[in-house]
Design a protein around this ligand. Structure first.
Ligand SMILES: *Cc1c(COP(=O)(O)O)cnc(C)c1O
Ligand code: SF4
Length: 469
């Protein structure tokens, strides 16, 4: 029997831009500092709960505290002129409408949809696009349940902000679990379904159950794993311990295992402090007790975790709790990027320094990785070839499956922060995958995985699967 850690009860309370005045810990800041926060929080989403405020942020270290940087609006997140403009409007007591119009203009000046998500990844059934689904890599479908498009707190750097600030026409939201099931039935090549958001764990258990249970049917036995991408273990671990429906949630996790599927909780942990509280530790234990596995991922963010020791401590703490380090991401080219971005060369240094300080058990982590248009690209190292300094890059995932695990080289560039800021090495004019990507864009679709029977035949021929239905 596993031991149970006893944890304090807490009732979820949330603060938004309207409540900044009411957070007692902000009394340490000047009026002008609070006004700056209000200005930023009108443009970029702000939402934080009492657990983060009371137990995760070290207020004596604010504004430098990493958990404070991760959740509270920072003046450097807007261009100076935009910040001044918003502060001016609020200070002058301008009408709500005027403030909203200004905020919207500033928002649209930021890049909300990176990596060709809208163009290329929306799958179709009978030519009709399925909202709420994204199928970029052959084996895995991303699913965005409409009830999971918010979070227990918002991360200041998050690229998903168009979903939160009401730019509805750009939002991926699922109407029905039905369309997910229909799509999966047609796609036997898919073996993993990844629930994402927002944060799917904002859903009550009975809502989540409605999405998950249909995936357990015998008809969908090509689905090996169900993953839930979530920051709840960090921002609201009570979801798994003391919330009213936490027990029911744990029962649902057990059902997934009992139905012969693997359940992975893809937990977003940015900083070791998120694993220090008794509630956070109890949450990991409660999840593991159901047979589910906790795998951990986070982006590398300036002001939050751009320090090798932070990652060393993070991975060690995860291993100690039986959670598995999985991905270190490079932050995307979006939103307030100038404030948070870390150059690839620096990301690689941080990763390597941390990686060297842990044992093989923590080296399950892959990183630094970019979710870019052609695929998930790992910055694997730097080297010198024929006198030219290069980055060695590798596809962990590819829009074309044949690209997976392929190594390629970019000219070394100390400043570059993203794949599109890199140039191919050895004087090549373009990347070897560029023409394929152009072709996909022109035809407005993902590479054709094929119809049900075509895919089965192809995979059977390739010796991948042996099943009948
Ligand atoms: C990362 C990612 C996945 C999952 O990839 P794994 O290698 O299976 O972890 C699936 N779809 C998209 C769009 C992704 O970015
Ligand atoms: S929890 Fe995830 S989706 Fe929500 S704000 Fe943070 S990074 Fe974005």
């Amino acid at each position: 029997m596993a031991t149970t850690i006893s944890v304090p009860q807490r009732k979820f309370r949330v603060f938004t831009h309207r409540d900044l005045d009411r957070i007692p810990q902000l009394e340490r800041f000047s009026r002008d500092q609070v006004l700056q926060m209000q200005a930023v929080a009108r443009v970029l989403p702000f939402r934080v709960n009492d657990y983060v405020v009371d137990e995760l942020i070290d207020w004596d270290r604010a504004p430098d505290d990493p958990m404070y940087q991760l959740t509270f609006p920072q003046p450097g997140m807007l261009r100076e002129a935009d910040l001044e403009r918003m502060m001016g409007l609020i200070r002058a007591g301008k009408p709500e409408d005027e403030i909203k119009v200004a905020a919207r203009e500033i928002q649209l000046g930021l890049n909300p949809h990176p990596a060709g998500q809208l163009e290329l990844n929306v799958p179709k059934v009978d030519g009709i696009p399925l909202a709420g689904l994204q199928h970029k890599y052959r084996e895995t479908v991303l699913f965005f349940p409409s009830a999971g498009q918010t979070c227990h707190s918002y991360c200041t750097y998050c690229f998903r902000w168009p979903q939160f600030v009401g730019l509805d026409d750009m939002k991926f939201a699922a109407k029905e679990a039905d369309s997910l099931v229909a799509y999966l039935k047609e796609h036997p090549e898919v073996n993993s379904v990844l629930f994402t958001g927002g944060d799917p764990m904002v859903m009550k258990t009975k809502v989540l159950r409605r999405y998950i249970e249909p995936l357990l049917s015998a008809e969908l036995d090509h689905i090996v794993s169900i993953r839930i991408g979530t920051k709840a273990p960090a921002y609201w671990p009570q979801r798994f311990t003391t919330d009213a429906d936490a027990d029911d949630l744990m029962a649902l996790f057990e059902e997934v295992q009992a139905a012969g599927r693997h359940l992975a909780i893809m937990a977003h942990y940015s900083h070791p402090r998120e694993l220090e509280t008794p509630t956070a530790q109890a949450a990991v234990q409660a999840i593991r007790n159901t047979g589910a596995v906790v795998r951990c991922q986070a982006p590398l963010i300036k002001h939050v975790n751009d320090d090798p020791q932070v990652w060393t401590d993070l991975w060690k703490r995860q291993a100690l709790l039986g959670a598995i380090p999985y991905y270190m991401f490079v932050e995307r080219d979006t939103g307030p990027k100038q404030y948070f971005e870390v150059p690839l060369a620096r990301a690689l240094e941080i990763f390597s320094a941390a990686y060297r300080r842990v044992s093989g058990l923590e080296r399950t982590v892959r990183g630094p990785s970019m979710s870019a248009t052609p695929g998930k690209v790992l910055v694997d190292g730097t080297t010198v070839i024929n006198g030219e300094r290069v980055f060695a890059l590798k596809f962990l995932q590819g829009r074309d499956p044949s690209w997976v695990n392929r190594i390629f080289f970019a000219k070394y560039d100390e400043q570059a922060c993203w794949l599109d800021e890199l140039e191919p090495a050895f004087g090549e004019k373009e990347w070897w995958f560029d023409s394929a990507i152009r072709d996909m864009k022109e035809h407005g679709k993902v590479p054709e995985w094929g119809t049900h029977s075509q895919v089965k035949k192809r995979m059977h021929e390739a010796g991948h699967f042996e099943w009948e239905s």
